[in-house]
Design a protein around this ligand. Structure first.
Ligand SMILES: [Zn+2]
Length: 306
């Protein structure tokens, strides 16, 4: 416990530079003045938030050069969006178990690239699974076939992940799919399920590897993309996070999942520059490890764990 607390405080010190706690008030929700952040940085309310049962937790796992995001909803349901590469299975399964997960009510594979669906088969084997959501596209890889086999072995059905699908919706809580908006694309990345999660006043936008083409379609469809936290598309590649999309999302935080020293040189300098110009705080899994946001729908607490 002491170790966790120390890690927590260290992570926070590193992140805020001065504060012992990190909190954001509703005054900073998407679309409002980011300068108010300075005024509330010293509110040490993390333990308060973390001990409350009515919080939404979004964990951006450190899965190397791959994506895996665990969402624990305040209604007790759990969702996993992507499951990293094939060699990330043990780490992801351990992390979920450590967080008390027995059942994943929703399991999303944003698109069928190995760095997103690599360990989905192992996750399906190890946990009770509710709904499986995948975009309507196939690929002829061993990894993809393994995922389909795991789904079949458990007699699970696949729900098509596409714009307009509401995964979860009640008064204060929703998870909606904003993309893909078309049924065919040249690039597999653009099939990425883009998911907006909202709890009261706080929103997260998870974009998989969606590129500028998909971002344009989302904007053209007039979807409300505003979010406090943006999971930056395609590991920070310059081909995603177009200026118009970034402006519309207007996030306070950008999370980039990338592996240290990866072959693609993700995140690209161009993307980091755009984020800097937009005064967005960037958090990278290759630097911080796993990044966890906890919110009561009004305030947000942030912790990191290497
Ligand atoms: Zn990827």
């Amino acid at each position: 416990m002491k170790k966790i607390l120390a890690l927590l405080i260290l992570a926070l010190l590193f992140f805020t530079g001065c504060a012992i706690g990190k909190s954001i008030t509703s005054a900073e929700k998407a679309g409002e003045n980011k300068e108010t952040l300075q005024q509330v940085q010293n509110t040490p309310n993390i333990s308060n938030l973390q001990n409350r049962p009515d919080t939404l937790k979004v964990h951006f796992l450190d899965a190397g050069q791959g994506d895996s995001i665990l969402i624990q909803f305040p209604n007790g349901r759990n969702m996993l969006v992507d499951a990293g590469k094939n060699n990330s299975a043990a780490g992801i399964i351990d992390y979920l178990k450590k967080n008390g997960i027995n059942k994943l009510d929703y399991l999303v594979g944003t698109h069928p690239h190995e760095d997103h669906i690599g360990s989905l088969d192992a996750v399906i084997e190890h946990f009770q699974i509710g709904e499986v959501l995948l975009p309507r596209v196939t690929t002829n890889t061993r990894t993809f076939r393994d995922v389909l086999a795991a789904i079949k072995n458990k007699d699970l059905k696949i729900t098509a992940a596409k714009a307009g699908v509401n995964i979860l919706e009640d008064d204060n809580l929703s998870a909606k799919i904003l993309a893909p908006n078309k049924s065919t694309y040249e690039d597999l990345n653009n099939y990425s399920a883009v998911i907006k999660i909202k709890y009261k006043e706080v929103a997260f936008l998870l974009t998989g590897d969606a590129e500028e083409l998909s971002e344009k379609e989302i904007l053209a469809g007039k979807a409300d993309v505003r979010a406090n936290v943006l999971k930056v598309g395609h590991h920070g590649s310059h081909s995603s996070t177009s200026p118009a999309f970034l402006k519309a999302v207007n996030p306070l935080y950008a999370v980039i999942s990338a592996g240290a020293g990866n072959d693609y040189h993700h995140p690209h300098g161009e993307t980091l520059k755009r984020l800097k110009q937009a005064v967005v705080k960037v958090l990278r899994t290759d630097e911080k490890g796993t990044i966890v946001f906890t919110t009561d729908g009004k305030e947000i607490a942030l912790t990191t764990e290497k």
